[in-house]
Design a protein around this ligand. Structure first.
Ligand code: MG
Length: 383
């Protein structure tokens, strides 16, 4: 007998034994589970290291303390693992999905994704979720035997959070759930909501630190108002900086506890006896109706006051220009690309494939690399 890799897991948790396997069959790993191996491959990937220099909301050079895609992914992973453990789900799978969930993000956050999607409108579009999958399935070049990281089905299923029906039809077994409207594993469902808990709360924190939103504004948001009141009552006269942290940590805590409690009761009601039965159930990981409303109000507040703030808009306008100008320049003349991408682009059978090669190159860029490439191509003074 080997070591028990999944002690104490619930019957509805993902396990190595129940895994649907890898695209390219491999012998099982020694002394670690299949999902530990996935997690390890993700951490060692190039795309993972690039997350450090990719924007979450604030561009990397705007300040050293703001979240980047890397710290965001780590926060999602620790939250998701905690929730998975409390529900006796597979922590290794949960961690692998969380660490990989944003690998396909473009530089400059959502502005970059929107710009690249617009550039790719005539060539099949650009979806960052699908790009995360493309990264782990095809784009990483590290292993002798296959392209990509050759991750397990369950990890890939969790990475592909959303997908258009047109793209889902090209993905075989993995795309089926978007056509049949079934659910992914509970581990994937946790990562999805842990992502929301993480970004809503860290965007409050980053938003306050940047001065783009204020405490007074946030006190109009029920979830924040309730927790800052509790923090003030427990610690009268607390200095503003600590008060903000006390409030944010309490918000994360109530959201995570609510999610665990509500999900536990959904799971008990549905009583799935295997990961496959989970897939046929309605979504089981969810907030209570009250917390769902509160969390949505916070999201709306952030959208209206932080993501649409004129200073953020200036950054996003500039980012969109950089992305579209790079795209037009490279697709117009692929010989401007570095050799390995040039080869992919020039050997592409049609303009569709050539555009996809350019899109892969741009999507992989960090913020600062995209800015440097833009300067190299367009700054007249630097010829
Ligand atoms: Mg995310």
């Amino acid at each position: 007998m080997g070591i028990d890799l999944n002690p104490g897991l619930a019957p509805y948790a993902a396990t190595d034994a129940a895994s649907r396997g890898r695209r390219h069959p491999e012998p099982p790993p020694a002394e670690r589970g299949e999902f530990q191996r996935d997690r390890d491959r993700i951490v060692h990937s190039t795309a993972f290291r690039r997350l450090e220099y990719k924007t979450q909301v604030f561009v990397n050079h705007e300040g050293d303390l703001f979240r980047t895609r890397l710290t965001h992914s780590l926060e999602v992973a620790q939250l998701a693992r905690g929730i998975a453990r409390s529900l006796r789900l597979n922590e290794d799978l949960t961690e692998a999905i969380a660490l990989a969930h944003d690998l396909g993000h473009t530089p400059f956050g959502h502005a970059g994704q929107d710009a690249l999607n617009a550039c790719m409108a005539d060539y099949g579009g650009f979806e960052h979720n699908l790009q995360s999958l493309r990264t782990v399935d095809l784009l990483e070049e590290r292993y002798a035997d296959f392209d990509g990281l050759n991750l397990a089905f369950e990890t890939r299923e969790g990475i592909l959070k959303h997908c258009s029906p047109a793209n889902a039809r090209t993905l075989g077994e993995l795309g089926l759930r978007f056509l049949e409207k079934t659910q992914p594993s509970l581990e994937a469902q946790i990562c999805n909501l842990a992502d929301e808990i993480a970004y809503n709360n860290h965007d409050v924190d980053d938003g306050l630190r940047s001065g783009l939103i204020t405490l007074e504004q946030l006190e109009e948001v029920p979830l924040f108002a309730g927790q800052i009141r509790a923090a003030r009552e427990a610690h009268p006269g607390l200095a503003a900086r600590r008060l903000i942290h006390e409030t944010v940590r309490r918000m994360i805590n109530v959201l995570a506890l609510d999610l665990m409690e509500q999900s536990r009761s959904h799971i008990a009601q549905a009583a799935p006896s295997s990961p496959d039965e989970v897939r046929a159930c309605p979504p089981l990981v969810a907030f209570s109706p009250d917390m769902f409303q509160k969390q949505r109000a916070l999201k709306t507040f952030l959208r209206e006051n932080l993501y649409q703030h004129f200073r953020v808009r200036r950054m996003t306008a500039k980012a969109k220009r950089i992305i579209s100008e790079l795209f037009q320049a490279f697709l117009g003349d692929p010989r401007l690309l570095p050799p390995q991408y040039q080869e992919k682009c020039l050997s592409a059978g049609d303009e569709f494939a050539a555009a996809r090669a350019v899109s892969d190159y741009i999507a992989g860029m960090t913020d600062r690399y995209a800015m440097a490439e833009h300067r190299r191509l367009f700054a007249v003074g630097e010829i």
